[in-house]
Design a protein around this ligand. Structure first.
Ligand code: M6R
Length: 612
């Protein structure tokens, strides 16, 4: 949610800021703005409503704004509608403090009232303007340094923030502070960079600093000083980013989503190979001892959105292969619910970004209860990766499209590896069975390639169906988990209303929504459940549904019931979801394209949800 960039160096800042914002536009795109200083005390602030292109037009791609020090922001609105007035940067009444912010200031009303009592006026509806004026208030009250003023403000602010500020009297510096919202800093060739995510600065430097919670930094030209909440200087070790800069480009694909769909074979293979040693799934490097693994009596999987859907799938796989009871929880519920937690539990938090606010809060709750925590995370150095006791990194590389595809697929593989490893350690799976399962997993990348070779039929089908008003997805067992993801993909990028149902549940209410021509997509890869789901297909067909079947090669009888059938290669049923999800991703993609929508940046959404 919201992208932040900053630059302080010798080159013109505006062009670098706009380039960085382009890489972060997936984080929010309802307005954007930059503030640039050319060494003088006066900064130029330019903002525009809508996509970043409007800001680029307004500034002649940054060429009309001179100055070598600046900050920028692309917004996903929380407080106040998307408008130029609410767009960042915001500034104090006399322009003394200018800033951008990602996060939510929970007590902004109370702080605003205090500032109004002290003579401040407000022009926007944002919590950000309050934060900036609060810093200005303390700066003037105590006549200290910017770090002192920010410290005082941080003590009063409740909520989450990545704040980036410029002070009139320090025209050659930027100041940043962070709590629970992502922010990284980098230095290269006497210049400094700030961003809320790696892609924005990857082409300038691979050496980055992850600023910690309640820490601050003074960003000079090519030198950064870090501070704790007491204002004392602290050391932060730099980290090297392994991602390749090209990985964050479209490389000839029309959309990031299609590029990322095609990157799935590699993402899956890389993630799998990171967990295989000497021909066996071996996760000993996670740091969980075999004794601990044998001792677990319960696993909780906690996540949001598609990562939660991975959890639903993993529940079936892990329970089946390890005999450990698994509960899947939405992080937003888990964090507030009273749960009688078993001390011998493992809490697995799944998150691509590693910054999702609810997932992070759920992780912290689990840690407070002294439960063992394991993060399955894609972004190295993210909050969840840093705070979890153990981390399994998915190796999907940067994922830019808001709709997740390759990260989801890598997360599935990570949970499959956990299931096999735990099953083996606990003696539930024999060596032969483990070898058989690994053999099936090894084939998944090339099987995904095969599905991708035959996407034109899906494109044709999607074009024909893209005017649908409602779509229902049905399946049983792991097929139900696949439908949850297929339905979310469809609704988030094509804006077509869709629902996923466990096939057996339809007749308990939802079947009343089936009318002549309603599209029902049925997933049938779980051999022992296919007949049951076919019965449910027949039930909806007799009420007028138009049926699509998604099944494995060989199950050609499905064509007797379905109006359109598509096939995926056969594999072990535990892993069939890794294949079934691919046509569902493609279907959603082609629906969106047929409807002329922005596939990579669907309305109202943002890539990582760092607010509640
Ligand atoms: O970064 P995370 O994996 O924690 O994100 C969780 C969800 O916000 C994310 O999966 C979301 O549902 C995607 N837009 C789905 O495509």
């Amino acid at each position: 949610m919201c992208g932040i960039v900053g630059f302080n160096g010798h080159h013109e800042a505006a062009e670098i800021l706009l380039d960085g914002l382009t890489k972060l536009e997936y984080r929010g795109y309802d307005s954007a703005g930059i503030a640039v200083r050319d060494g003088s005390k006066d900064a130029k602030i330019i903002k525009a409503k809508g996509r970043l292109d409007h800001l680029k037009e307004k500034t002649d791609n940054g060429r009309s704004v001179a100055g070598t020090c600046g900050i920028g922001h692309t917004r996903w609105a929380t407080h106040g509608e998307p408008s130029e007035n609410n767009a960042h940067p915001h500034c104090s009444d006399d322009g003394n403090v200018i800033g951008v912010h990602n996060g939510i200031i929970e007590n902004y009303q109370e702080l605003k009232e205090k500032l109004v009592r002290n003579g401040y006026r407000f022009y926007s509806e944002t919590d950000t303007e309050v934060a900036i004026k609060l810093v200005d208030y303390y700066y003037k009250k105590y006549l200290g340094t910017p770090v002192d003023a920010i410290n005082h403000a941080l003590v009063r602010i409740r909520g989450s923030y990545a704040l980036e500020l410029m002070f009139k009297e320090y025209p050659e510096e930027i100041y940043v502070a962070r709590k629970d919202s992502p922010m990284i800093l980098g230095v290269a060739d006497g210049e400094s960079f700030v961003a809320s995510d790696v892609p924005a600065i990857l082409k300038h430097t691979r050496t980055v600093y992850y600023i910690g919670n309640l820490q601050m930094a003074r960003v000079g030209k090519g030198e950064i000083t870090f501070y704790n909440l007491d204002g004392d200087e602290i050391e932060i070790e730099p980290k090297t980013i392994e991602w390749d800069a090209e990985a964050a480009e479209k490389s000839g694909y029309e959309h990031f989503m299609m590029k990322e769909i095609h990157e799935q074979p590699k993402a899956v293979a890389d993630t799998l190979h990171s967990a295989v040693k000497d021909g066996k799934v071996d996760l000993s490097e996670l740091g969980l001892t075999e004794e601990r693994i044998r001792d677990f009596q319960q696993i909780y999987i906690v996540a949001c959105g598609s990562a939660y859907h991975v959890g639903v799938a993993a529940q079936y796989t892990i329970e089946d292969l390890t005999d450990i009871p698994v509960r899947v929880e939405l992080a937003s519920e888990f964090r507030y619910r009273h749960i009688p937690l078993n001390e011998k539990s493992l809490v697995i938090v799944i998150s691509q970004s590693g910054e999702t606010a609810d997932s992070l809060a759920a992780l912290r709750k689990a840690k407070e209860k002294n439960l063992t925590t394991l993060g399955i995370v894609n972004v190295v150095g993210s909050s969840i990766a840093r705070e979890a006791d153990h981390v399994f990194y998915t190796l999907a590389g940067p994922e830019i499209a808001v709709a997740t595809t390759k990260a989801y697929s890598s997360q599935l593989i990570a949970t499959d590896c956990i299931a096999i490893y735990f099953g083996s350690v606990r003696g539930v799976l024999s060596d032969d069975r483990c070898a058989e399962l690994l053999d099936a997993l090894e084939k998944i990348p090339q099987q995904i390639e095969k599905i991708l070779e035959d996407k034109e039929r899906l494109q044709w089908f999607a074009a024909k169906q893209s005017n649908a008003h409602d779509v229902f997805f049905i399946g049983r067992g792991l097929d139900y988990a696949a439908t949850l993801e297929g339905s979310l993909k469809l609704k988030e990028i094509s804006y077509v209303h869709s629902e996923a149902y466990a096939a057996g549940e339809l007749k308990h209410g939802t079947i009343s929504l089936i009318e002549d021509g309603t599209l029902v997509i049925s997933v049938l890869t779980q051999k022992r459940l296919i007949e049951k789901t076919v019965s449910n297909m027949v039930e909806v067909k007799s009420r007028g549904a138009y049926l699509m079947g998604l099944t494995t090669y060989g199950n050609y009888d499905i064509e007797d019931v379905a109006d359109f059938t598509t096939y995926v290669p056969d594999t072990d049923p535990h892993f069939a979801i890794s294949l079934a999800v691919v046509p569902l991703q493609l279907l959603a993609y082609y629906f969106s394209v047929s409807r002329g929508l922005d596939v990579d940046k669907p309305r109202n959404l943002a890539k990582s949800v760092t607010v509640e």
